[in-house]
Design a protein around this ligand. Sequence first.
Ligand code: ACO
Ligand code: ZN
Length: 226
Amino acid sequence: KQDEDQLIIDAGQKQFGATSCSSCGMVYSADNPEDNFQHSQFHQRFLESIKYVGWKKERVVAEFWDGKILLVMPDDPKYAIKKAEEVRQVADNELGFQQVTLTRPAQAKTYLFINSERMIVGCLVTEPIRQAFRVLMQPDQAKDMTKDDFMERHRAWCCSTVPEQAICGISRIWVFGLARRKGIATRLLDTVRSTFMYGSHLTKDEIAFSDPTPDGKLFATKYSNT
Ligand code: ACO
Ligand code: ZN
């Protein structure tokens, strides 16, 4: 069945000369040797980065039928920190973040969503913050814009200038391309809210997204209003 689906996808994309890899998600042109080479390089490294081998000590903070969420704290064993960093780099890469280190690594917490195939398909990094600027954009304001307009302008008009109280900053949120729209980001955030501060449940207003991408903003707007 999966092969059949993939064939249909391939057939749809072949006319543009592009194929989408069903395991790493990279879109490339299979007829182009250089593309093929780049894909095989990316493919291996990517799958290695998101592979979860199982740890002696893991902090499970949520469990679901299709996976679980682990929390990695700054003082955890090296193997856990290293893996969290590796996945964060995958996310940063996709987000186009140049900055490789976190602003306050000693206070950052990383939440990882592990699926039933033992792949880390979601990553969320939090930092404690004192104030935040509310995202003002509504998704319907964007509907008449082309993607380029949107990309160019989104940073300029995303935030109010009035700071508000917030407690938890979402410095990164990323879900593997082939695992999106399955509620993984939602479940990561719900878990952050119930575990970020011991003994209290954060409201949606007490979390803030730093410098969201267009995807991030669509998601954040939906999440905050539901
Ligand atoms: N377009 C429109 N609506 C969206 C989108 C989107 N791309 N993504 C999420 N939503 C809305 C939908 O209403 C969705 O519900 P539905 O699927 O029932 O319609 C709802 O948000 C919940 O979505 P989830 O399934 O929980 O979100 P997902 O697991 O797909 O992850 C995320 C969303 C993290 C933004 C993902 O698309 C991603 O990793 N994108 C690339 C990286 C990125 O841009 N991250 C945000 C950076 S901002 C920051 O890090 C502070
Ligand atoms: Zn691949």
